[in-house]
Design a protein. Structure first.
Lengths: 188, 311
């Protein structure tokens, strides 16, 4: 695996919070885990930050990895783009050990990435971030007319839906016919 | 803004997003397509509180978001105002009267939100046909409280109107009519305007909790029959009855007492609150039902009858 440890870059926003914490409570050394997305770039994340994700927290609790084992076995999230995972990791680091305020200004602003982000957050079961993402999605259509909503949320018209359904049926019919013909050819 | 394919989101995300939208935004969403219309109930709209007051020309959702109707006007657009709490609904058929427009809007909102009606209040000039049309559209709907007013509503019309609607509390403000078919109602308030057609008024009200008859023709003899019937357990739900009648004579006997009003000086003041009304009697006389339940009666400007079920 051609992984690049990005502990420094992804953990950077968390450093201001980790330093005073370690000074205040030096007796418990913080443990770290490693995750990577579709791009195989490995991100080093503290156990505290990962607690936001119910999915990863559950995995950690079940595995009981040592630091070395964790480093050798990064959690693979092949269905999440690298830049999206980076956003999620950054957010988890920024909110390590803290509850999320109702209006979080430190959250990802890239609207173009919102769809992938919301899917990733849902998959990783990060409840607070999911709530915020859903608010962002809802805000898109505040005060908009049906035509505007249809455009923003890419809602097909009834005619478009009907046409797509017809097309799908047609395609399924063709595929079924093709399979029958292939089966008949095999039998010969 | 980058387009966002909302329909490709998993159900759990859709639900959370829908719950953030307010009723006006959900209404707008429902108008995008058949598929978007199906998203609306995910917001939990089934539990919306819908108040339909025809005299106010508007529908209120969750006591905050109002939907008003206007006849078709080309200069107006269907846009919510800046506060996002008011929505103007334009009916394309400009020949419709305002009650029919509001009815159409009400049925449209019920269809979209799949909720019941918290409060429905019709108007004095609602015709029998208009009420029948309204209630035929409300078949299967639960109505928490209803105040039904209307003109020339017969008992048979009422039976058709109420046949398939479930009420928790019903208030009728109609001319006197026989409504024996409503005996199963859990809670019935009947505020009647006596049109003089029915002489034997009281026997119809056996399912009532609250009974008020304006311009009544009831006399002492009929009132005594009613009180005797109550003592025998024929009005088990009745808590309050108020009769206004010029035929009630203060010097004649009511429940064995004459020279009304009685015990006004030095008598105890009692108060009873039922539904939205509070009634107070000063003094009066106590009468007792055969099962021991007590009631206070007093005749002054009107006859007041308060039953103390909880004593």
């Amino acid at each position: 695996m051609s992984s690049t440890e990005q502990g420094t870059s992804s953990a950077a926003p968390a450093e201001p919070t980790t330093a005073p914490e370690s000074a205040a409570a030096p007796e418990v050394p913080e443990s770290f885990y490693y995750v990577h997305g579709k791009d195989k770039v490995v991100h080093k994340v503290s156990a505290g930050a990962l607690q936001h994700s119910a999915l990863i927290h559950g995995m950690i609790s079940n595995l009981g990895y040592t630091e070395e084992q964790a480093k050798a076995n990064p959690f693979p999230f092949e269905n999440i783009d690298g830049d999206i995972l980076q956003m999620v990791v950054d957010w988890c680091n920024q909110h390590k050990g803290k509850p999320t305020p109702p209006e979080d200004t430190n959250l990802p602003k890239q609207k173009e990435k919102l769809f992938d982000l919301v899917l990733a957050v849902n998959y990783l079961e990060i409840k607070e971030l999911l709530t915020y993402c859903c608010k962002q999605v809802a805000m898109m259509v505040k005060g908009k007319s049906p035509e505007e909503i249809r455009e923003i949320w890419m809602i097909p018209t009834d005619a478009e839906d009907e046409a797509a359904e017809k097309e799908a049926k047609k395609r399924a019919g063709k595929e079924a016919a093709g399979e029958t013909a292939a089966a008949a050819g095999d039998a010969k | 803004m980058a387009p966002f394919p909302i329909l490709k989101l998993p159900l759990v995300i859709l639900e959370e997003t829908m719950r953030i939208l307010n009723p006006i935004e959900l209404y707008q969403l429902s108008k995008c397509s058949k598929r978007s219309y199906k998203l609306v109930p995910l917001a939990g709209t089934k539990n919306y509180s819908l108040r339909a007051t025809f005299s106010m020309d508007k529908l209120l959702i969750n006591e905050k978001f109002s939907f008003i109707t206007l006849p078709s006007l080309t200069s107006l657009l269907m846009n919510p105002d800046q506060q996002q709490t008011r929505f103007t609904w334009i009916d394309n058929n400009c020949n419709l009267d305002r009650q029919t427009r509001l009815k159409n809007l009400l049925l449209s909102l019920l269809d979209i939100f799949k909720c019941g009606i918290y409060h429905l209040e019709t108007e004095q000039d609602h015709t029998a046909i208009q009420l029948e049309e309204l209630f035929s559209g409300l078949q299967g709907t639960t109505i928490h409280t209803a105040v039904i007013r209307g003109a020339d509503i017969s008992a048979s019309t009422l039976e058709r109107i109420f046949g398939s609607v479930k009420y928790l509390e019903l208030s009728l403000e109609l001319p006197i009519c026989d409504f024996k078919s409503f005996e199963t109602f859990p809670s019935l308030v009947y505020i009647a305007y006596d049109n003089g057609k029915t002489r034997n008024q009281c026997t119809s009200f056996k399912s009532c909790q609250y009974l008020m008859i304006h311009n009544s023709h009831i006399d002492n003899k009929e009132l005594n029959r009613f009180l005797e019937s109550w003592k025998n357990g024929n009005f088990p739900r009745l808590e309050v009855a108020v009769f206004q009648s010029e035929n009630l004579k203060k010097h004649e006997e009511i429940a064995g007492f004459s020279d009304w009003p009685r015990n006004t000086t030095g008598g105890v003041s009692k108060e009873k609150r039922t539904f939205n009304w509070t009634h107070q009697v000063q003094g009066g006389e106590e009468i007792v039902r055969n099962d021991g339940i007590k009631a206070t009666i007093q005749l002054d400007t009107c006859f007041i009858f308060l039953v103390w079920l909880d004593l």
